[in-house]
Design a protein around this ligand. Structure first.
Ligand SMILES: [Zn+2]
Ligand SMILES: [Zn+2]
Length: 353
């Protein structure tokens, strides 16, 4: 391997550039080096990109990826050089109290790839190679009958959406409402159907995203044209949705989500809230016996279930891909994604390899 490689480097909000950076090497015996075959741009990458989150100048970005193992540390048992693998967006220790409890995303030593110092200072994956700590726990082998693109979102956005639905009390035949038809919302919809929901109502204002939701089996509601609450009440004999997903992460989405729930319903929030503070109708939620779930998805705990569903053809993640670009054009990919022109952008470091 060359000592330098191409990688997307964060400099400042709206200033990301593909540059020559050092190629990562094994540090711990539990590490693997992955040649990145495909990477994508996640909604969380937009937090530093748009300036919503402060980040320092100079780290490589990206945490949604798949690739091929090119080096494995002496303690790595599950992987050999040449194995295709997908990986979680974060690495965890596997040994602390929270890891032993199965709460991997809250590991005391968790490090997120490509989000800078505040998230553990781990290199990104919008690069030609990445160092993967705790490879046996962070990575999963990709079966031969699963393509690179089918595997790409399993370690992040798809399992994030699946995790949000799975931790509710969803039962076969339930009605689910999803606020927001971005990638998380669309994957939450697909997950709810795979987990047994009878009907999933997806609410957004972007016509192209609603058309895609509809083609994937949802009842699509354009919030500018119809009242989502009326649609759901009619579907449920005036009961309300059993599960409501806030796939946006904004006060307005949460306020739109709450009236859709039935008594005793579950509200689940994969949408990201950071420093937000606003009024919250706790009395109403209390009297309605609402259960609320939120927080960082527990990828390592649920990734195998999602990979099995993808392999069986129950979820087709490639339906969301709108753009494929060589890594060199990553900055253009960010512009397309931030402006909502793109739904999922796939970056290919190997395009010129
Ligand atoms: Zn992400
Ligand atoms: Zn841990």
């Amino acid at each position: 391997m060359e000592t330098t490689m191409q990688g997307l480097v964060f400099h400042a909000a709206r200033d990301v550039r593909v540059e020559e950076v050092p190629t990562p090497t094994l540090v711990e015996a539990t590490d693997a080096i992955l040649r990145i075959d495909k990477a994508s741009i996640c909604g969380s990458d937009l937090h530093p990109y748009t300036g919503r989150m402060d980040a320092e100048d100079g780290f490589t970005m990206g945490h949604e990826y798949m690739g091929t193992v090119v080096e494995a540390g002496a303690s790595v048992q599950q992987f050999e050089v040449g194995d295709r693998a997908l990986g979680s967006f974060f690495a965890c220790c596997g040994a602390c109290w929270l890891c032993r409890r199965g709460e991997f995303s809250k590991c005391l030593g968790a490090q997120v790839f490509g989000l800078g110092m505040a998230f553990g200072d781990l290199g990104g994956t919008q690069t030609e190679y990445a160092r993967i700590p705790m490879a046996d726990l962070t990575l999963r082998k990709i079966p031969d009958d699963v393509t690179d693109e089918q595997a790409l979102f399993v370690g992040d956005i798809l399992t994030t959406a699946y995790d949000a639905v799975r931790k509710t009390d969803l039962r076969s035949g339930d009605v689910v409402a999803v606020v927001g038809a971005g990638p998380v919302g669309l994957f939450a919809m697909m997950s709810a159907l795979a987990l047994g929901a009878a009907q999933v109502v997806v609410i957004d204002k972007v016509a192209s995203r609603l058309a895609l939701a509809s083609s994937l089996g949802a009842i699509a509601v354009n919030a500018d044209e119809a009242d989502a609450q009326d649609v759901i009440l009619e579907l449920t004999d005036w009961r309300g949705a059993d599960v409501v997903v806030d796939a946006v992460g904004h006060e307005s989405a949460l306020k739109a989500a709450m009236p859709l729930l039935r008594m005793g319903g579950h509200l689940t929030i994969p949408g990201v809230y950071m420093d937000d503070e606003f009024e919250f109708p706790i009395g109403e939620l209390w009297i309605h016996n609402t259960t609320i779930h939120m927080g960082v998805a527990n990828i390592q705990a649920h990734v195998d279930e999602v990979l099995a569903l993808v392999r069986a053809g129950r979820i087709d993640p490639t339906a969301l891909i709108t753009h494929r670009l060589p890594l060199e054009q990553a900055a253009q990919g960010y512009e397309l994604f931030a402006s909502r022109e793109a739904l999922k952008v796939v970056l290919e470091p190997g395009a010129t390899r």
